[in-house]
Write a protein that binds this ligand. Structure first.
Ligand code: KG4
Ligand code: ZN
Length: 373
């Protein structure tokens, strides 16, 4: 019931939300309790690294089948860990794109089945909006905030104006930042997830050992490019083979320094542009898998300070793909307008789904070569 002086009935009472994520190679489910703040009661993420390892990258068909095989168990685990039953859930939120379409369909179809069987509302969530709003799991950051979204498929700077309004300021013209970390890791023969492996190796190396080119040094604007950096690393390795352990660490450190420097310079430029336009936002947020990078986190803090802004970061576990961020974004959309759940049962998931729909026809940099668009 709505009490006088309060917003809406939904905003008054806590919501228990079940989130489902399956857009790439992580099958994830989460139960989130939302009242004044957000409390993650469970967040289960099952990676598929081993299934894809023999192929050197994510194989869409294998991912789709793995999601279909895992999703019911992952949802059951999320409910069990949260100590809630399906009957207590108020809302289901599931990723409906962008991503590898077979995987998105596995998760979203499962969510449709659950919604149909329980009669619960289902909110289709844009995976990128999940990342963009994920900081809300940490604290409620007021809009607008400047967002650096850096994942395996995306590298963008956005002004987040509301839960459903994003203005794109910059994007990559070729590879995504995470992709560059992953490819560099592969070139250095590192096992497992590329970004964390580079970060670990870089800690033992000297970032000044090799000078790598600063991407797009003379190009105005806030766009990114990582393919030149990747080529430079490839040539560096070829020139110095066979590599000693110390050289491998130095290359990892030099690459990480160059990649982070490129990201940070573009964020600085975005702040400058917004300041010229009448006011820089008071908060800077970074999200997506690469936002877990410690060197990047440190340097972003310094840039925010330069412009009198505060850096707010999601916890490490909520930077990489997870379903808590999907539950959170879905709940925010639903609280804003419950009709966002209308028609979900007949909705077709989208492989491409730009956050800034005005950019819908832009092909460059919106994940053309990446896993997500
Ligand atoms: O957001 P995410 O889990 O999946 C996508 O939506 O793509 O991001 C995965 C990406 C991978 O490329 C991974 O190498 C990168 O995030 N990553 C990192 C770190 N942890 C994950 N990159 C640099 N440093 C890290 N610590
Ligand atoms: Zn992601």
């Amino acid at each position: 019931m709505t009490r006088p002086g309060t917003m809406t009935a939904q905003a008054d009472r806590p919501l228990l939300v079940l989130g489902i994520e399956s857009s790439c190679d992580d099958t994830a489910a989460s139960v989130l309790r939302l009242d004044d703040g957000a409390q993650v009661l469970s967040s289960i993420v099952i990676g598929q690294d081993q299934a894809h390892a023999p192929y050197g990258g994510v194989v869409p068909e294998i991912a789709a089948r793995a999601h279909a095989a895992l999703i019911d168990g992952v949802v059951a685990d999320a409910l069990r860990e949260a100590d809630v039953t399906m009957q207590q859930i108020d809302l289901i939120a599931a990723t409906a794109g962008p991503g590898l379409i077979g995987g998105v369909m596995s998760g979203f179809s499962f969510a449709k089945g659950l919604a149909l069987a329980t009669g619960l509302p289902l909110v289709p969530v844009n995976h990128l909006a999940g990342h963009a709003l994920s900081v809300g799991l940490e604290e409620a950051v007021p809009f607008p905030y400047l967002l650096l979204l850096v994942s395996g498929g995306h590298t963008q700077i956005l002004l987040v104006e509301d839960v459903d309004r994003f203005r794109r300021i910059g994007t990559t013209i070729d590879d995504a930042a995470g992709e560059a970390f992953d490819k560099t890791a592969k070139l250095l023969g590192l096992d497992g997830a590329g970004g964390p492996a580079i970060q670990r190796l870089a800690e033992q190396g000297n970032a000044n050992a090799f000078t790598l080119p600063t991407p797009l040094a003379n190009r105005p604007g806030c766009d990114f490019s990582f393919s030149g950096l990747k080529t430079a690393v490839r040539l560096l390795i070829a020139d110095n083979e066979p590599l000693t352990e110390a050289m491998r660490a130095d290359i990892a450190a030099s690459f990480q320094a160059a990649a982070v420097d490129h990201l940070v310079r573009r964020v600085r430029r975005a702040f400058e542009g917004l300041a010229e336009d009448g006011g820089a936002p008071l908060h800077l947020v970074a999200a997506g898998g690469v936002a877990a990078n410690t060197a990047l986190r440190q340097q972003l803090g310094a840039v925010a300070e330069e412009f009198g802004a505060r850096l707010v970061l999601p916890g490490f576990a909520f930077c990489t793909d997870n379903a808590a961020m999907i539950a959170y974004a879905g709940a925010q959309l639903y609280r804003r307008d419950p009709t966002c759940a209308d028609g979900a049962l007949s909705l077709a998931p989208r492989a491409r789904w730009p956050l800034d729909e005005r950019e819908a026809n832009v092909t460059l940099g919106s994940g053309r070569k990446g896993r997500k668009a």
